[in-house]
Design a protein around this ligand. Structure first.
Ligand code: SF4
Length: 533
């Protein structure tokens, strides 16, 4: 059997698609498709398997013609690209197997696929393979109640990747999250009891990457890395010993809830293996909104103090925020922009609240008759360009929709203005205690030097950005020279954010000039003087 695994394209305007910055560093895309190489490890190993990531390489008709079966999966922002792929594969007379998070959340959208392999692959891939062997030519394979035991998961097929195409390679330690945020689909997909791989499995994955010659950035792709702290500490201890023995070939990043700041032992362990970035979902600033959305782990906290703590352990914090909750007031946007500034969050992902399929939020809005099921009102005309920052408000809002949009654009303009962005970079670099246990090899150091030259050509010669850029370099060279590398890294991300934030403003303004369908205008009007008309 010849199997072609295809990773569909993400929007070029997406928040996480910083290809422009990747190119400066000699890569093509930020992260490798971990889901597909995990699937590859679940397929019979005597199959011929090829992988094409459409984010880093073109997919030719001859690639499709080569295959007996084409496999693809994806998340919501890849939906349009994935559906186009199914059509293309069928036009070329091949069969299509589809799976992953979005097909699992909304299988009916993917009815055109020949085989729909839903849920976690460890459960459903064997069911699909059994049917394939029996020459069954289509099917839907759904998970049962029991979630798979990830301690039995195989090592992903890292050998299928071209490491040089990516800035980072992903590893998954846990699935699931113990919290219960109303808008979150992770807990619907993976459950609220985190399931963790064993320390031995993680070391095996690191060892595989090491022996394949990979060095540098590893991202733990868990949705909440600290969901099972006890097991995690064992794993981090094992990584620590392994890293020392191998002279720190890797440094790390992840996503975690803000209560990470409460656990000094965990923070020390993360520092000891060179953790450099952590994404934290902050979402909202006022307690009323946090309580209403069940983001209870963020309640009654001194968020800026928590961020300071993480900086003192060498971790740069990327923050997630949402605009559009029912309980927001006209002051909420100002509070978010202030927190981004005071918390020195250089990379802040601010999105409009989106009722994702199969979430408690969606079910509640549906019951309240407020869900606009068939419309992505603040997505774009071409929804293939939409992502988590521009899709959203797919429900009848309680506040005036125009006010919410204005608040959103206010935050975006405020935090991604050049002066504000570079000021945050400078303040961050002055407060960060660097880890830097991973020392770049000669090749990595050369690449970094070339990348720095390219960043200078993009940021260091055009006013007014050049002024902020060189001021920051000078100040940090004098006051915190060890932080020059993280400083240049966060400053170079401005190349992406400048373009991406301009795109958000343009897209949201363009679409907000459109009209809501009449029935929704009436619904909003009933709740107050709302709507766009
Ligand atoms: S903490 Fe994050 S992953 Fe966990 S339920 Fe909340 S949004 Fe979802």
């Amino acid at each position: 059997m010849k199997a072609l695994l295809v990773h569909p394209e993400f929007s070029h305007h997406g928040f996480w698609n910083y290809q422009e910055v990747c190119r400066l560093a000699g890569a093509k895309y930020p992260a490798a498709p971990l889901g597909l190489i995990t699937l590859a490890a679940l397929l019979p190993q005597d199959w011929q398997i090829r992988l094409i990531d459409m984010n880093s390489a073109p997919l030719g008709d001859d690639d499709i013609a080569w295959a007996d079966l084409v496999f693809a999966g994806g998340m919501l922002p890849q939906q349009v690209a994935l559906l186009k792929l199914v059509e293309r594969v069928h036009d070329l007379g091949r069969k299509m197997v589809v799976g992953g998070p979005d097909p699992t959340s909304q299988p009916t959208v993917y009815a055109s696929a020949d085989y729909l392999v839903l849920g976690e692959g460890e459960c459903t891939v064997p069911l699909f393979l059994r049917d394939l062997e029996a020459h069954v030519d289509s099917g839907i394979y759904e998970p049962d109640e029991l979630r798979p035991d990830v301690t039995q998961s195989p090592v992903p097929r890292f050998d299928l990747l071209r490491f040089e195409d990516y800035l980072m390679i992903g590893i998954q330690v846990t699935r699931g999250c113990p919290f219960n945020c109303e808008f979150c689909d992770i807990i619907e997909l993976y459950g609220r009891v985190p399931r963790a791989k064993t320390p031995h499995q993680i070391i095996e994955e690191l060892e595989t990457l090491y022996s394949l010659g990979y060095r540098g950035h590893i991202d733990f792709v868990d949705d909440n890395f600290i969901g099972n702290k006890k097991r995690l500490k064992e794993t981090l201890n094992a990584i620590k010993g392994w890293s020392i023995a191998h002279r720190y070939p890797f440094f790390f990043s992840t996503e975690a809830s803000i209560n990470l700041a409460d656990d000094e032992e965990l923070l020390e362990l993360m520092r000891d293996i060179d953790f450099r970035y952590v994404f934290v979902g902050i979402e909202a600033v006022d307690d009323l909104t946090l309580r209403a959305s069940n983001k209870n782990q963020n309640l009654n906290r001194e968020i800026v103090g928590d961020l300071e703590k993480l900086y003192s352990y060498g971790m740069i914090v990327n923050g997630g925020f949402i605009v559009g909750f029912d309980s927001e007031t006209s002051g909420s946007a100002r509070s978010i922009a202030d927190l981004v500034r005071d918390g020195r969050i250089c990379m802040a992902m601010v999105g409009l609240l989106n009722a994702l399929p199969n979430t408690r939020l969606t079910r509640r809005l549906h019951e309240e008759g407020r869900l606009i099921e068939d419309s992505n009102l603040l997505g774009e005309d071409d929804s293939s360009c939409a992502d988590q920052t521009t899709m959203g408000l797919n429900f009848v809002t309680l506040r005036a929709r125009a006010e919410i949009v204005d608040d959103y654009l206010y935050v975006i303009r405020e935090i991604y203005g050049a002066r504000a962005y570079f000021a945050r970079c400078l303040h961050l670099a002055r407060s960060l205690r660097p880890n830097q246990l991973h020392r770049p090899s000669v090749v990595e150091a050369f690449k970094m030097l070339v990348a720095f030259g390219r960043v200078v050509l993009r940021l260091g010669i055009l006013p007014p950005v050049a002024l902020y850029f060189w001021r920051n370099i000078m100040v940090v060279l004098v006051s915190r020279p060890a932080n020059i590398e993280p400083l240049v890294n966060v400053m170079s991300m401005y190349i992406h954010f400048r373009r991406q934030s301009a795109h958000i403003v343009d897209a949201v303004q363009r679409v907000s000039e459109a009209k809501l369908p009449m029935r929704f205008r009436l619904a909003e009007g009933a709740a107050g003087p709302h709507g766009w008309s």
